[in-house]
Ligand binder design. Structure first.
Ligand SMILES: *[C@@H]1O[C@H](CO)[C@@H](O)[C@H](O)[C@H]1NC(C)=O
Ligand SMILES: *[C@@H]1O[C@H](CO)[C@@H](O)[C@H](O)[C@H]1NC(C)=O
Ligand SMILES: *[C@@H]1O[C@H](CO)[C@@H](O)[C@H](O)[C@H]1NC(C)=O
Length: 210
């Protein structure tokens, strides 16, 4: 981790605690910095891992259908450990499903999960309402970032994989071109090597809802 990143991380942690002390919401900034103009950000199709391949316990519930294209994309954290390969990520995703079934008699709440291995784990898929209860039910695609990131940098791979997923969904009429992106809780999407696509992604973040 470079000195720059360390300083930003410190700043975020301090901010996170300050917001409770001061009793009003100071939102962590969604910072990005440009370090070069090379085309490291190749636009790739996301690679999907289907429920039967990550070990889903049974067919997913018949939850209400989504009206596509949705106007919101919501980023969540799974509140679990991070994962680095397909075996490990599949285990985490499967565990989330089992826990959720046991404790809430509901299915895995996200539409998709994104792992540190750069793969997209399909949960409720594009056409079903996500199970996280908030004002965005029925009008959002919910993406679970595998890990716990409220006071930690989100690895580059997760951000890039999520962008590929959103682009794919937008191209295929599942996400509105002018959708707002929201992070619950507010997480810091800090990336290096920003290109036009990345810039556009960052500009679609809506801080007023987090
Ligand atoms: C980045 O590179 C491309 C092509 O090489 C060029 O068209 C563009 O203006 C550059 N952008 C910046 C911000 O330098
Ligand atoms: C996947 O990651 C876990 C945890 O880091 C490790 O124990 C395991 O050997 C890895 N598996 C493969 C196939 O690389
Ligand atoms: C996308 O969102 C914009 C702005 O809210 C809206 O005007 C437009 O009709 C939406 N497009 C579709 C295809 O629903």
């Amino acid at each position: 981790m470079s000195l720059m990143k360390k300083e930003i991380l410190m700043f975020l942690v301090v901010y996170y605690f300050l917001q409770f002390v001061l009793c009003f919401a100071i939102r962590p900034p969604f910072i990005y910095f440009q370090t070069s103009n090379n085309s490291q950000n190749l636009r790739l199709e996301p690679t999907f891992v289907n429920p039967e391949d990550w070990g889903a316990v049974s067919a997913l519930n018949n939850t209400p259908r989504l009206k596509n294209p949705v106007p919101y994309v919501i980023f969540y954290q799974t509140n679990t450990e991070e994962c680095k390969n397909r075996t490990q990520c599949s285990k985490v995703v499967s565990r989330i499903q089992k826990m959720r079934r046991k404790l809430m008699h509901d299915d895995i709440p996200y539409n998709f999960l994104v792992g540190g291995d750069g793969l997209v784990y399909v949960a409720r898929d594009w056409d079903t309402t996500s199970g996280v209860t908030n004002g965005y039910n029925g009008k959002s695609i919910g993406i679970g970032l595998i890990g716990t990131f409220f006071s930690k940098l989100i690895p580059d791979t997760l951000i890039r994989t999520a962008i590929n997923l959103i682009e794919f969904g937008t191209r295929n009429g599942k996400i509105n071109e002018s959708a707002h992106y929201i992070s619950i809780p507010p997480m810091a999407f800090i990336v290096q090597d920003v290109d036009e696509v990345m810039k556009k992604f960052m500009e679609k973040f809506d801080y007023s809802h987090s």
